[in-house]
Write a new protein. Structure first.
Length: 357
């Protein structure tokens, strides 16, 4: 049995060892490197003003060079990361990865887990082991059936990922030669889609609403609503209490697509710097949304977003085709890519959807 898969790299800077604590250390470390010379100059100015003035020239030049080198280096690193591909070769009961020469990953050492954090799930992951070394392979938007044993905790970042179809094929080849107990999702079985508070709402908060942004960020990691989808219709639940809010059979709703576009503050045109910042944020903020009208509850506005495997500069992976109305207010909820695709299909919006790979 032999087969090769070509896997795409994980999201830059978010590998298997990523953590919120580590990201904060990196961010504040960069700020400290830039700010420390300024503090030294301030202290020096209290003792020798003339020396501080001379030193400030060198510090200004040094900090500028550092920032330019850092930004250029980051772009080079980011581009190289996105251009990488991992050739995964199956031979017998093991696999090898071309970027890890000399390492052999036995099927018997593989463990299964989820790709995500808190309530949000991006897909499924395989934790592959070769002695002390580990390689985490994700299955983007891959779903597993009820009762599948998960031996590893959820993980935010992966080394590389395959599509759901390729990941299923790989699991099929490993079946019988590993300890994995993978139960595939049953076609037509009910699927629960989780709705999270949409963090894009922070764009419409004031400049000093730091506390509100923090609360929104914390809330956005936990599901607020759940939509159970089956062959006959949908049911909407409160995700916290599991109390049913409303239910509808197929055809007992209306759905329409919309695109959220950030308009920015009124002062965005006052300077070239502000305008360029606004244009960049606007590009990254564009999100496809759906507006669902159901009996028994206010209209549901849901945004679809996907940052995994897609460049920052290419915008969202999902978009609507054709002439779709634009809205200036972000959706109330957002969903993971896998749930977005299910809801788009269920609400009859698939003909409008464009997927940018």
């Amino acid at each position: 049995m032999s087969r090769q898969f070509v896997a795409s790299p994980g999201f830059a800077g978010m590998g298997p060892n990523w953590s919120v604590k580590r990201s904060y250390i990196q961010m504040y470390g960069l700020v400290a490197i830039v700010a420390l010379p300024m503090v030294v100059l301030f202290v020096l100015g209290n003792f020798n003003r003339q020396l501080a003035e001379y030193a400030s020239i060198f510090v200004t030049i040094g900090v500028t060079i550092f920032l330019v080198v850092f930004i250029v280096g980051w772009f080079v690193w980011y581009s190289r990361n996105n251009a990488r591909r991992f050739v995964i070769s199956i031979a017998g009961r093991a696999l090898t990865i071309d970027k890890r020469p000399g390492e052999v990953y036995q099927f018997s050492d593989a463990r299964l887990g989820l790709w995500g954090m808190n309530d949000a799930t991006m897909g499924t992951v395989l934790h592959l082991h070769s002695g002390p070394n580990r390689f985490v392979l994700g299955g983007r938007e891959h779903r597993i059936g009820h009762g599948t044993r998960l031996d590893e905790p959820p993980i935010v970042g992966v080394d590389a990922w395959l599509t759901a179809q390729e990941f299923d094929e790989l699991l099929g080849m490993m079946r019988g030669n590993s300890a994995l107990d993978v139960r595939p999702a049953t076609p037509g079985a009910p699927v629960r889609c989780l709705l999270f508070p949409n963090f894009m709402q922070a764009q419409h908060m004031g400049s000093f609403a730091v506390g509100k942004r923090r609360q929104l960020w914390e809330a956005a990691s936990r599901a607020s609503l759940a939509i159970d989808v089956d062959a006959h219709g949908i049911r909407v639940f409160d995700a916290t209490t599991n109390a049913q809010i409303t239910a509808a059979r197929n055809g007992q709703w209306t759905a329409r697509p919309a695109t959220y576009e950030y308009k920015g503050p009124w002062y965005r045109f006052l300077s070239a710097e502000r305008f360029l910042t606004f244009a960049f944020v606007k590009h990254l903020s564009m999100r496809p949304e759906m507006v669902i009208n159901l009996a028994g509850m206010p209209p549901l506005t849901i945004a679809g977003q996907d940052s995994q495997g897609v460049s920052y500069f290419q915008g969202n992976r999902f978009a609507w085709r054709g002439d779709v109305p634009e809205v200036s207010d972000p959706a109330q909820y957002s969903v993971t890519p896998a749930d977005w695709l299910i809801l788009v299909e269920k609400f009859g919006l698939a003909p409008y959807l464009e997927i940018r790979e």
